[in-house]
Design a binder for this molecule. Structure first.
Ligand SMILES: *[C@@H]1O[C@H](CO)[C@@H](O)[C@H](O)[C@H]1NC(C)=O
Ligand SMILES: *[C@@H]1O[C@H](CO)[C@@H](O)[C@H](O)[C@H]1NC(C)=O
Ligand SMILES: *[C@@H]1O[C@H](CO)[C@@H](O)[C@H](O)[C@H]1NC(C)=O
Ligand SMILES: *[C@@H]1O[C@H](CO)[C@@H](O)[C@H](O)[C@H]1NC(C)=O
Ligand SMILES: *[C@@H]1O[C@H](CO)[C@@H](O)[C@H](O)[C@H]1NC(C)=O
Ligand SMILES: *[C@@H]1O[C@H](CO)[C@@H](O)[C@H](O)[C@H]1NC(C)=O
Ligand SMILES: *[C@@H]1O[C@H](CO)[C@@H](O)[C@H](O)[C@H]1NC(C)=O
Ligand SMILES: *[C@@H]1O[C@H](CO)[C@@H](O)[C@H](O)[C@H]1NC(C)=O
Ligand SMILES: *[C@@H]1O[C@H](CO)[C@@H](O)[C@H](O)[C@H]1NC(C)=O
Ligand SMILES: *[C@@H]1O[C@H](CO)[C@@H](O)[C@H](O)[C@H]1NC(C)=O
Ligand SMILES: *[C@@H]1O[C@H](CO)[C@@H](O)[C@H](O)[C@H]1NC(C)=O
Ligand SMILES: CC(=O)N[C@H]1CO[C@H](CO)[C@@H](O)[C@@H]1O
Length: 555
């Protein structure tokens, strides 16, 4: 099924390769795949400049040029070529499913598909397991015409296994690296999704977040991430950590591209009853589905009140100085865009948050029953993995899981909890979270200062929104300057801080405020253009020009 010529062409371009004029191409301009947007790809497909099959060929070629260095993709969908041909045929017959028709998307390896691809959260314990149907978000992407091109590597179990592992490492996929510095920590847990979006290995990607797992790899990989309100996107057949905090969202190169993906996956699902809380899905309110793409307006910030929760930003030091400097410039851009900046819109319970153990209790309390509920749905379970206990047992015995070098501390703490997510102790912890993140956190600040959103560097943006299930959108902000001292992670196998490593800035707001946040993020992005100024040190060279009109291709 997979073409052999790509394998023969595997090479790694250390510097960007100037656009190559295709031998057989008569069309003038193909978008550069490093930065190609949905609108560019859609217009090229509509004009017949290239096909979805060409896109699959080009993106797979690009994956195979960098996977031996970056390990960002765990599996390529062997059906992608067939699906692309079918979608090309539909298009030629005038059937267009929507804007995503024929656009390849890579999804995180914790989102199940009922096809040849495995869903393992990076663990060998689930290799070969089968699910009864696609995860709802995957089914929605297929229905919208997207091509599920492959699965992205991740921090194993979405980073709910170890205290001493490394971001982007899974037993099944190996160590993911970022593309902006050799050995770069890609952050996590949606590491491979961030790297794949960044290098143009697909049109866009899906990640999932419990606390930081979309927005953090988005910022470290110079892309946009939308972490939706918990319940806006279904988690059915997504390997869980916590029903109270998990959410699935897009990671893509631009705000509008991410909005296209969110538009396709947002909405109610009978398999995930948290989605019944979506305001526009209920019977008695405004039932118009928001148009996240139309929300991308240049004037979206005009007259909006944007707060800076200054007391959450931490101290300026030699490592954070470049972020603070870039953040100040970003605030100036918001003002130019017509926003009213309300500084010191502080969170009153911030110190309590820093001390609180409530989130850990909620995650530990949810993980055990939520994981068992996922495993109970498997239609084939080759290793008889039914409980977290089984997962721990397997992990500790299977050599490729690298135990004890990488421990099982998160499994251990969840198993050690002597109550579950239906007990009074759990409820008390959850209520503490709702207070700290709510009246004592972002909701209090929005209310007190009459704000439309808060704005803060992404590195500190996830926690308060995570514990109340609120939305966050991150956009590229800048990158570390050339005189930055290289700092490794604790394990010593990744570079966390180094020249050129990107960072981002986030808009966060009340539950279900994605439409506004996307607008603000777009208005900032279109005035700052940070992404295209920060260049990866490694990138693939294959472009559409290399595959379009290749009459000798055997595909
Ligand atoms: C790169 O991906 C291809 C296709 O899945 C695979 O055959 C190859 O082993 C991968 N290489 C590495 C080093 O991961
Ligand atoms: C899924 O895992 C099975 C078992 O290891 C393997 O045979 C199969 O090739 C994998 N699927 C893909 C798409 O890589
Ligand atoms: C981290 O950066 C240092 C300094 O450039 C380099 O020597 C080292 O190989 C990098 N680490 C990895 C894992 O690549
Ligand atoms: C939501 O669904 C889960 C299982 O799918 C069930 O255990 C739970 O009771 C449901 N909650 C509500 C409020 O319906
Ligand atoms: C919504 O309306 C339909 C049709 O009137 C009704 O069958 C359904 O029970 C309602 N759902 C809720 C949650 O009220
Ligand atoms: C109804 O909801 C949509 C999006 O959900 C929003 O754009 C629109 O402004 C709302 N209309 C009213 C009257 O609130
Ligand atoms: C907000 O926090 C900042 C930083 O800690 C502090 O300097 C400022 O006084 C605080 N302002 C208010 C109104 O609490
Ligand atoms: C946080 O913990 C420290 C040290 O235990 C304590 O001194 C402080 O009062 C606590 N702060 C809050 C807000 O609970
Ligand atoms: C762990 O696996 C071993 C070997 O299969 C088995 O004997 C043992 O009962 C398992 N322990 C648990 C707690 O499942
Ligand atoms: C890098 O250079 C800038 C400008 O000269 C300086 O302010 C900063 O302290 C330097 N950073 C480091 C880590 O040396
Ligand atoms: C066209 O396809 C052939 C055979 O599959 C391959 O060898 C060649 O490299 C391709 N040409 C280009 C420009 O990619
Ligand atoms: C598609 C791909 O790159 N797969 C690789 C994922 O990582 C494992 C372990 O490093 C490799 O063996 C696969 O080839």
């Amino acid at each position: 099924m997979m073409s052999t010529w790509f394998l023969a062409k595997v090479l790694v371009a250390i510097v960007p390769v100037a656009s190559v004029v295709a031998q057989y191409s008569t069309t003038p301009a193909f978008p550069s795949l490093l930065d190609a947007t949905a609108d560019e790809l859609i217009s090229g497909l509509e004009a017949g400049d290239f096909t979805s099959l060409d896109l699959v060929q080009a993106y797979v070629g690009r994956i195979l040029q960098v996977n031996s260095t970056l390990h960002m993709v765990t599996e390529i969908n062997p059906d992608a070529w067939t699906i692309a041909k079918e979608l090309d045929e539909e298009r030629s017959c005038g059937k267009i499913r929507g804007p995503l028709h024929g656009l390849p998307i890579i999804i995180k390896n914790n989102i199940a598909t009922a096809d040849e691809m495995n869903n393992t959260a990076g663990s060998f314990s689930l290799l070969g397991a089968k699910v009864p149907r696609d995860a709802t978000v995957a089914a929605k992407l297929r229905a919208a015409g997207a091509i599920l091109l492959g699965k992205s590597n991740l921090s194993q179990w979405a980073n709910y296994r170890s205290s001493n592992s490394s971001n982007g490492w899974s037993a099944y996929g190996g160590q993911t690296y970022g593309a902006y510095y050799p050995g770069q920590d890609p952050s996590g847990s949606s590491s491979g999704s961030g790297v794949s979006a960044s290098l143009g290995l697909a049109f866009g990607t899906l990640g999932s977040e419990t606390d930081g797992s979309i927005i953090s790899p988005s910022e470290l990989n110079n892309v946009v991430g939308i972490k939706p309100t918990v319940g806006l996107t279904s988690r059915a057949l997504v390997i869980p950590i916590s029903e109270h905090q998990d959410t699935v969202g897009p990671i893509a190169r631009t705000v509008k591209d991410a909005a296209y993906i969110l538009q396709a996956i947002a909405g109610p699902d009978r398999y995930d009853n948290y989605t019944s809380a979506i305001p526009w899905a209920s019977n008695c309110t405004n039932t118009t589905k928001p148009d996240y793409v139309a929300a991308c307006k240049l004037d979206a910030l005009a007259g909006k009140r944007i707060g800076i929760p200054r007391n959450t930003l931490g101290d300026r030091d030699i490592v954070s100085a470049p972020i603070f400097d870039a953040f100040d410039k970003a605030i100036a851009i918001l003002k130019e865009a017509g926003a009213i900046i309300v500084d010191n819109a502080n969170y009153t319970a911030w110190d309590q948050y820093l001390n609180s153990t409530a989130e850990g209790t909620v995650l530990d309390g949810d993980f055990k029953p939520n994981l068992a509920a996922y495993l109970a749905q498997l239609t084939y379970n080759p290793n008889n993995i039914h409980t977290l206990q089984d997962v721990r047992n397997f992990t500790q015995r299977f050599p490729a899981e690298e135990y004890p070098s990488r421990d099982t501390a998160d499994f251990d703490s969840s198993l050690a909890l002597n109550f579950s997510n239906t007990s009074p102790q759990f409820w008390a912890a959850y209520q503490e979270d709702l207070y700290i993140g709510g009246p004592g956190g972002i909701l209090g600040a929005l209310d007190t200062y009459n704000l439309d959103a808060v704005f803060l560097p992404t590195q500190g943006a996830s926690g308060i929104s995570a514990i109340i299930g609120g939305p966050v959108v991150t956009v590229p902000l800048g990158s570390y300057p050339s005189n930055t001292t290289v700092i490794p992670n604790r394990r010593g196998n990744l570079n966390v801080t180094a020249p050129n490593i990107p960072f981002g800035v986030s808009f966060a707001g009340k539950l279900w405020s994605e439409e506004s946040l996307i607008g603000f993020a777009y208005a900032y992005e279109q005035r700052s253009h940070v992404r295209t100024k920060v260049k990866p040190y490694i990138q693939p060279s294959i472009e559409l020009a290399d595959v379009v009109g290749n009459k000798t291709s055997k595909l």
